[in-house]
Every structure is written in C-alpha cells, then in structure tokens.
Design a protein around this ligand. Structure first.
Ligand SMILES: C[C@H](N)C(=O)N[C@@H](Cc1c[nH]cn1)C(=O)O
Ligand SMILES: [Zn+2]
Ligand SMILES: [Zn+2]
Length: 493
C-alpha cells in the first residue's frame, strides 16, 4: 500500500520494483547458495568467493570497487588464516548530493540441514510468501535490497539522488575482525565526504510493523578453558580419582547467572546507567506483542512477564548467554570418556556505559574465585577473544527524519522507534571514528529467525525493503539539499 503523498517518480520506481521481483529473488538465490560461513575456518574460501560476487554486482552498477586486504588472523591453534577482503565501493561524487555510506555483511552463521531445517539452507526456497535460506535476512537480503534500489534508478535512467559509499564485509558474525583499523586508516580518505551511515542488519520489533533502530548492545565474548593433562582418559580407569575438567567447567558456567537471569559476576551492573522514571514510562508506552515474541522464539515462558521488563532486559541491561563447550562429547550415543581439555564459551551483551576492560577483569576475578573453592589442580585459562561496544544514536538526525518519511510512503504507517538487543560491531566504530550520523534501517521482521533454523525474509519485506531504500534516497536527498540551501542562504544574509 502506498500513502496518498506518493510522487509520480516513486510510483514509477515502485512499479519497476514490482515488475522485477523475480530477478531480485534470483539474485538472492545466487547469494544464498554460497556457504559464506565466517565461523568455520575451512569455509573461508567461500566467504572470499562471496566477497567477489558482491564486488561484481556493485561493479555492474558502475561503482568503483576496491577489495581491501586486511591481512590475516590467528586461529586458536596458532595457525594464521587470511581474512576475507573488505569491499570499499563508491558511486557518485555530485557535490549537490548527500553522500550515504551503506554497511552490510555477506558472511553467515553456520547452518546444516540436519540442524532441523525444513529445506536446504543454501537453496533459497519460497514457501507461503517466505524466502527461506541461510543469510536471507542476515544479511544478504538487505544488502541486495539496497543494491536492487540502486539498480532500479539505473535501469530507469534516473539521476541518482545521493552519492553512494559501501562497506561490505565478510567477518561480521565473528565480530568484524580487522575492520576497525581499516576504518581508522580511511577516516580522512574514503569516509571524508560521507554525510550519513546507514546499516540494515537487524530486525523490526514486530512481525508486521516497520521500525527504525537507534541503539544496539555491544558484546564481550569469553572462553574459559580447564585442562587436566594432555590426553582424554577412560572414565572406568580414572573416573572418581581425578578432578574432571568438565565438572570444574560446569561449576564455573553455573556460577554466571541465576535463574532470574541476574548475572552473578560481582560489579557487572555497577556502571549500567540507573533507570530514570521517564525512561521507564517510555518503555511502558512501546507497542510490543509479548505473545508474538514468545511464539517467534518457540519457548513456552519467558523469565519476565511484562512488556516493560522484557524490553528493558533486551535493550538496556546486560545479559549473559552460554553458547557451548568445545571438547565435550556432544554426538548421539554413549562415549565413556573424560575429556582432558574443555573450553566453555559465553558472552555478555554490553550496554552504555560498561567498559570492556573492566568487564574482562570482573569476569576473570569471579571465575578464579569460584575455581579456587574447588581445590582443583587443573589449569584454568580465561580469555576474551572479542569485544564490541554498544551504540546509541540521536533520533533527531536528518537520516531518521528521511527514513521515517520513506517508511510512511512505502508501508503506509509510522515506524516503531526501537533499540536492539543484538550487536552490529561497526555501528559504534563508525560513530566513534567518524563522528558522523549512524542509523539502523532494518527491513527484516521479528520472526525472520536470524541465526536460527529456517531463517527467512518474506517476499513482502524484501520487495518493500527495496522500495523503502529507493524512497529513502529521495527523501534524504530532498532534506539534505534543503538544509544546505537554508544554511547557505543564512550565511549569505
Ligand atoms: C544483528 C546482527 N545481524 C548480528 O547477528 N550480529 C551478531 C554479531 C556478533 C556479536 N558478537 C559476535 N558476533 C550478534 O549480535 O550476535
Ligand atoms: Zn548480521
Ligand atoms: Zn548475525
């Protein structure tokens, strides 16, 4: 549905988008077919192949594309593995136009059919209007929707209303390794004329209602390793007479959070800003369907029972999650072994004004204290392989005004203004390094299942998302030009 204020130009663009849905979906199918999983080192070549595909698509639009080498990183076993290159692309240098830098990533989380997918994760499959496949919403679909929008202007031979810059990476799912240095190096060069950063890598709060995101949490990832010796042992021969590493580790992991979700690490909440009454009221007033959210998760009961508590704990308080144990027997069947070394993996979502160095110190001290109570002779090692800071934006930025108008035009309603519990590490990096406006403009719905089995983006969201980006180009161009003309007139007077 379009609002009554839709211009003739927008109608032309939207009609083109509708007429080319199949082409746009074919493009997504081609991208989803690439298993660009950045988590598993043996699939790194697929990430590199994916970067080349994305670069080709941008080049086909006439963009200048630079695949920047980021060097390599060290794997836990000490081996060096090359990082995939980052795409820095640009199209347009009209000084009258605003310059928008779009960020997206084309790496994905791991997925196997056996994990419980109904369809092959790397074959984009449409069922009842949903396009299922790994990366469909996180984040290949949104990156392509942006490209589709540009392609629409090109195909219709319309003047581009904005200058484009791109940062497309292949290591987001593992914390955007190597990206921060590149942004610092390029701050006075590639990013010097950027006016606005736009990221589309998160979800709406609702399954149906569009949203604009002004904040996201950071993340600190931890490894806690317990080792008793150099080899696994027979539990009949050694069980009962040794301090088993997995028992130590389970005690350590169990000490982290209580059943009410409260993190048990001393001092962890100390720097979290106190909740002001106006803020509490704001959270109360946000439209949020708790039952819908519960259905999306597939769990029967949440820890918290009110909208306000749920949103507070997703958006503005830290949370701790346990992700897995490396070295522990996890396959079906019985194996009566005692592993020699196990590594527990957990992360703590960060909120303003937590400090990653302080958090690390608190975690290490807490784990050491719990471990020492066990009088275990085993070796304990704690490390923080990854840390990203939280991000908060100013919703008065011009980009928010433009996006709100574009959403109204394309979806016929005003967006929810939301924060997000997950992390896009680059959001805070862009903000801190460039000091420019950063906005998250999601097109995925709350039930898209990021990181989960049966990830999808709906055809509706993918196509409307394409229209939204096109409408946004027009709106930000209008508002930016108006602002600059006004300030120019004022200066001349
Ligand atoms: C929101 C985004 N699509 C995403 O999935 N981000 C990841 C990034 C991350 C954080 N720590 C490690 N990776 C996430 O929030 O888990
Ligand atoms: Zn993502
Ligand atoms: Zn992700």
């Amino acid at each position: 549905m379009s609002s009554s204020s839709t211009s003739a130009l927008e109608i032309e663009i939207f009609q083109y988008t509708d007429a080319h849905q199949s082409d746009f979906i074919e493009n997504l199918k081609e991208w989803v077919a690439v298993e660009s999983n950045s988590v598993q080192p043996d699939l790194r070549k697929e990430v590199v192949r994916m970067m080349a595909l994305a670069a080709d698509r941008l080049a086909a639009l006439g963009a200048t594309v630079n695949l920047v080498n980021l060097g390599s990183h060290q794997l836990p076993d000490g081996q060096d593995l090359p990082l995939p290159p980052v795409i820095l692309g640009e199209l347009g240098k009209d000084p009258q136009n605003p310059t928008i830098c779009f960020y997206g990533h084309v790496d994905v989380q791991p997925a196997k059919k056996e994990d419980g997918w109904n369809t092959d994760p790397y074959t984009l499959t449409e069922i009842d209007g949903n396009l299922y496949g790994r990366g469909a919403t996180d984040n290949k679909g949104p990156v392509l929707a942006w490209i589709n929008a540009m392609e629409t202007f090109r195909a219709l031979k319309l003047a581009m209303p904005v200058n484009f810059r791109f940062v497309i990476e292949g290591m987001e799912e593992v914390g955007s390794l190597g990206l921060e240095n590149l942004l610092e190096e390029e701050n006075q060069c590639f990013f010097s004329d950027v006016d606005y950063f736009v990221i589309s890598d998160n979800l709406w709060l609702s399954n149906k209602k569009p949203a604009l995101t002004y904040g996201s949490r950071g993340n600190a990832c931890f490894f806690v390793e317990v080792e008793c010796g150099s080899k696994d042992l027979h539990s009949g021969t050694f069980g009962g007479i040794i301090h088993e590493p997995l028992m130590d580790l389970i005690t350590l992991l169990d000490s982290l959070v209580d059943p009410t979700g409260c993190i048990q690490i001393p001092g962890i909440y100390d720097s979290v800003a106190a909740l002001r009454e106006e803020e509490r009221k704001l959270y109360k007033s946000i439209e949020f369907d708790l039952e819908e959210h519960k259905n999306n998760s597939g769990v029967k009961k949440f820890i918290f029972g009110t909208n306000e508590e749920i949103l507070l704990h997703l958006w503005r308080y830290p949370s701790l999650s346990i992700h897995g144990i490396e070295g522990a027997f996890h396959e079906p069947g019985i194996k009566t072994v005692t592993p020699a070394k196990v590594i527990g993996k957990f992360s703590i979502r960060q909120v303003p004004h937590m400090d990653l160095l302080v958090v690390k110190q608190q975690v290490v001290e807490h784990l050491k204290a719990v471990f020492s109570k066990r009088n275990s002779p085993n070796k304990l090692k704690v490390s923080k392989p990854l840390g990203s800071k939280p991000w908060l934006a100013d919703v008065n930025d011009l980009s928010y005004k433009a996006a709100r108008r574009a959403i109204k035009t394309v979806f016929g309603e005003d967006p929810d203004f939301i924060r997000d519990g997950s992390t896009v590490p680059v959001a805070r990096m862009f903000q801190t390094i460039t000091q420019k406006s950063v906005m998250m403009l999601p097109i995925g719905a709350a039930d898209d299942g990021e990181h989960s089995q049966n990830e999808k983006i709906s055809r509706h969201n993918y196509i409307k998302g394409t229209k939204l980006f096109a409408a946004f180009f027009l709106e930000i161009s209008k508002l930016h030009r108006h602002l600059h003309e006004t300030s120019h007139t004022e200066t001349n007077n």
